[in-house]
Ligand binder design. Structure first.
Ligand code: ZN
Ligand code: ZN
Length: 132
């Protein structure tokens, strides 16, 4: 969703808010780039990668299909960043939990892909569960 705010005396600025959490997206990274880095990380865990691959693919496809508009990705520069990185990785976090992965591996995922620096979402959840 692109929202236009008109400030008196200022030019019109476009704000793009994440359709999932309604926060303004300040660090747009697209689902393709994030999925690529996650898949690279999964190379360390071939069995898990095998198990997760079809779900990951489906998830990325869903995000792609539901995107009505998007921002330019800071990594690949394609206009494909529809969800904020937090919401995207939150989905992955829950995918990982659903396949019952090892707690240490899940904790490692959160170290590499922590888009919750204020600990208000999945990091808080993970801390409560002793994962992080
Ligand atoms: Zn979001
Ligand atoms: Zn990208």
């Amino acid at each position: 969703m692109v929202k236009q705010f008109l400030y008196p005396g200022f030019e019109t600025e476009n704000f793009y808010e994440c359709p999932s959490c309604s926060e303004a997206i300040t660090n747009p990274i697209c689902h393709d780039c994030l999925a690529k880095s996650i898949s690279k990380w999964l190379d360390f865990y071939p069995d898990l990668k095998k198990k997760l691959a079809p779900r990951l693919k489906k998830y990325v496809q869903n995000v792609n299909n539901e995107a009505s508009s998007a921002l330019n990705c800071v990594a690949c520069n394609k206009k494909k960043a529809a969800l904020c990185p937090y919401c995207f990785t939150e989905g992955i976090f829950h995918l990982l939990k659903r396949v019952n992965i090892n707690k240490n591996v899940l904790g490692e995922f959160l170290v590499y892909f922590n888009f919750d620096p204020e600990k208000q979402g999945y990091i808080q959840e993970a801390e409560q569960e002793g994962l992080y």
